[in-house]
Ligand binder design. Structure first.
Ligand code: HEC
Ligand code: HEC
Length: 173
């Protein structure tokens, strides 16, 4: 029983890894190797504390956008969170961290430090982000209607649910 479920779980992981690999390879023909997130849809059992507290100052970033170790760094430095204090009570922080680790584990992304020293990693400064947006100019990200590259939801309407499909992208004027 135990062995069977381990085998089943391993099989699943391998299948996922293979799918991810072939997708990444399609994207990699310009020799710029990078890994992009595979599964972005937010899990349906996401805790309320995450939805409320992590969307208090900005949009809600789905767990698949960063690797587990980057989320760990985020959650360990909430007192110096990009110049803001975002600390919560320890129990809430624990619950959010557990969720982020669990929900991001299918994506084997590398941790990419922020180019700004002293900051936790950013989604908007990863290689896959740069690559996916190499046709979006700085001027567009800077539009008042957009509000910067970290405000995904300005252009990806359902970003908070993890939908970044390029068929549904719209850059506001
Ligand atoms: C008190 C306000 C505040 C709260 C609460 C808050 N954040 Fe932030 N967060 C910020 C600010 C400010 C930035 C930097 C925004 C920028 O530079 O555009 C940021 C940036 C981020 C980024 C990086 C965005 C990028 O550029 O890729 C992530 C990831 C993030 N926050 C996650 C979280 C998580 C997870 C929580 C909940 C535990 C949280 N935040 C709660 C203020 C907050
Ligand atoms: C100024 C508008 C804008 C903002 C802000 C923005 N994006 Fe995008 N994004 C785009 C456009 C346009 C494309 C499609 C690019 C193309 O197809 O050439 C895209 C493509 C993507 C893709 C690839 C989709 C696919 O089907 O291959 C992902 C993933 C993505 N964005 C994630 C994000 C995340 C995460 C954020 C926030 C941290 C973000 N984007 C912020 C405009 C934006």
């Amino acid at each position: 029983m135990k062995i069977a479920s381990i085998v089943a779980a391993t099989g699943l992981t391998t299948a996922l890894a293979l799918t991810g690999l072939s997708l990444a390879d399609d994207d990699d023909h310009d020799r710029q190797r990078y890994k992009r997130p595979k599964r972005l849809v937010a899990p349906s059992d996401a805790p309320l504390v995450w939805k409320e507290e992590c969307a208090a100052c900005h949009m809600l970033y789905v767990p698949g956008l960063l690797p587990a170790d980057a989320w760990r760094q985020q959650m360990q430095t909430l007192d110096e969170h990009y110049g803001s204090n975002a600390t919560l009570d320890p129990e809430q922080e624990r619950e959010i961290l557990d969720f982020l680790l669990r929900a991001s584990s299918v994506n084997r992304l590398p941790v990419e430090p922020s180019p700004t020293a002293g900051e936790p990693p950013r989604i908007s400064q990863t290689r896959w982000f740069e690559h996916k947006h190499d046709e979006v100019s700085e001027a567009k990200f800077a539009r008042e209607s957009v509000g910067g590259r970290a405000n995904c939801v300005a252009c990806h309407r359902d970003a908070e649910r993890g939908d970044f499909d390029d068929d549904r992208v719209r850059i506001p004027r």
